[in-house]
Design a protein around this ligand. Structure first.
Ligand code: UDX
Length: 476
């Protein structure tokens, strides 16, 4: 008798590096448990994934049970594509992706007669829920940020009710660093208003869009089967235990850190296979020559940008600190790179970040606090100097500085801009002063917790996910 076909999942990340990597990692975990995965992304991202030197060849992924498929984001070649799309491009492309995703699902179901057991898609791609509903396919939402950020977003109505004067979408709340305390978020006894994850940098339209986006998320929060979060319970214990107060009917499945097992004390793993850029290999040899714990790693993720003035201030403070550094400077992040001699540091375009953070020469990480970078740094025991720019990065900064005490915040100048003195002082405190060792000790505690979760609990969390999908399929 033929054995039943393996459950087939469509996995759809938001088309950005920080969303693609963890979902590819999850896909690999699920494929290793017999799922067949169609990993769907935009044609543009797919091209980048296939081109990047360190990417896993599509054939290798296929052998693991993962097939890559591209859909259009409607932007064609109208834009100079350099990972620096404008906010409105993102809105337009996300809307367009809903249509292309719907067409893809329609083709698979109607023309090819392919069964789809479940769609796992990014929470930011709200339209994928409509596609799932239309084709009567269960959907699981992947939340790409911390549990704390999810708690803040779902608590938006409570936050607005708690203080009639506070509009958390107003740029002033963040620009003036409002210290008003928000105390109504389950699992977060208090957080300053300026650390909420609602700050956009794209002007009035992006504020409106963000408000609409969060409200739409809240309206549909009960639709998916469950939420997968790239976090682990020990890391966000208080929030995890209070989550039922916020979402009584929805299971939250923490499945993180979604990193290749090699970085969590496990066996060899061929890497995530989803880098969109060529990683600089030489920097590893350069790190080999540095003293242990002496190098500051600097990266502001895949989309942050700086103006020329900020860049000059930043680079001047960095040089004044006299600390060896490895700086990822994406050419697209500033119109003109600093024209300075960097005698004690190395500037590269894209790093093998996990390998860099695990190198013994690294003593600290100056980060924009994207959730992946934060989680990677914690999982590898590296303390952080936090320079958050927007959205969940602010909440992540609060989390690592005030809650976990594994980092400190970069002090801005009086006009709330980056200044050379703040940069120099921050680097000294992170890398050289007494406080540094205790932050490092606390960070390594989280490294052990991440490894324990991976070793002892991840398998049963994956089993729960598997059971949920299979039982939902049986009911349909
Ligand atoms: C975006 C948002 O900006 C962030 O707020 C949100 O939490 C996730 O999505 P991004 O800014 O790219 O992410 O930052 P981050 O979440 O840190 O993800 C960046 C990823 O790129 C990390 O996995 C990191 O390891 C990788 N990276 C970064 C490299 O591999 N090499 C580099 O040189 C820089």
């Amino acid at each position: 008798m033929d054995s039943p076909p393996s459950p087939h999942l469509l996995v759809l990340p938001y088309p950005l590096q920080g969303h693609i990597t963890p979902l590819m990692q999850l896909s690999k975990l699920l494929a290793s448990r017999g799922f067949s995965i169609t990993f769907v992304t935009t044609d543009f991202i797919l091209k980048q994934m296939l081109k990047a030197r360190q990417a896993l060849p599509a054939d290798d992924l296929h052998r693991l049970g993962i097939t890559l498929t591209g859909i259009s984001d409607g932007l064609h070649d109208l834009h100079e594509r350099n990972c620096m799309l404008q906010p409105l491009d993102f809105v337009a492309s996300v809307l367009f992706m809903q249509t292309s995703f719907d067409e893809l699902v329609g083709r698979m179901v109607q023309e090819q007669g392919r069964h789809i057991s479940c769609i796992i898609s990014d929470s930011f791609l709200l339209g994928s829920q409509d596609v799932a509903d239309k084709w009567h396919i269960p959907r699981i939402a992947y939340w790409p940020n911390s549990l704390a950020a999810l708690a803040c977003c779902i608590s938006l109505p409570r936050i607005m009710a708690e203080s009639s004067n506070l509009d958390p979408f107003k740029p002033q709340v963040y620009e003036e660093e409002s210290q008003e305390l928000v105390t109504c978020i389950p699992g977060i006894p208090e957080i300053q208003a300026c650390m909420l994850p609602f700050h956009t940098l794209g002007g009035e339209n992006s504020e409106l869009w963000m408000r609409h986006h969060i409200e739409s998320q809240i309206q549909r929060v009960n639709k998916p089967l469950c939420f997968i979060v790239n976090s682990f319970p020990e890391l966000e214990r208080d929030i995890y235990t209070h989550f039922e107060d916020l979402l009584p009917s929805k299971p939250i499945l923490p499945l993180g850190p979604l990193l290749p097992s090699t970085f969590l004390g496990g066996h060899d793993d061929p890497g995530t296979g989803s880098s969109l850029c060529d990683e600089d290999e030489e920097c590893m040899q350069w790190l080999d020559k540095q003293t242990p714990k002496s190098v500051l790693y600097i990266s502001l993720g895949s989309i942050s940008t700086m103006d020329e003035k900020d860049l000059l201030e930043f680079a001047s403070g960095l040089l004044a600190s006299n600390q060896p550094f490895l700086w990822v400077f994406r050419p697209a992040s500033c119109e003109s790179p600093p024209d300075m001699e960097m005698p004690i540091g190395k500037v590269i375009k894209w790093a093998p970040q996990l390998r860099v953070l695990s190198h013994e020469a690294i003593g600290g990480f100056l980060t924009h606090c994207g959730w992946n970078s934060t989680l990677e740094s914690l999982s590898l025991g590296v303390p952080m100097l936090a320079w958050p720019h927007m959205l969940d990065q602010l909440t992540n900064c609060w989390f690592l500085v005030e809650k976990l005490k594994v980092g400190l915040r970069l002090e801005l100048d009086e006009s709330k801009k980056v200044g050379r003195i703040g940069v120099e002082n921050g680097i000294r405190k992170l890398m050289q002063e007494e406080e540094a060792q205790s932050m490092r000790d606390r960070a390594s505690k989280f490294q052990h917790l991440a490894q324990s979760y991976f070793k002892d609990t991840l398998a049963s969390s994956l089993d729960s996910l598997l059971k949920m999908i299979v039982s939902c399929e049986a009911k349909n």
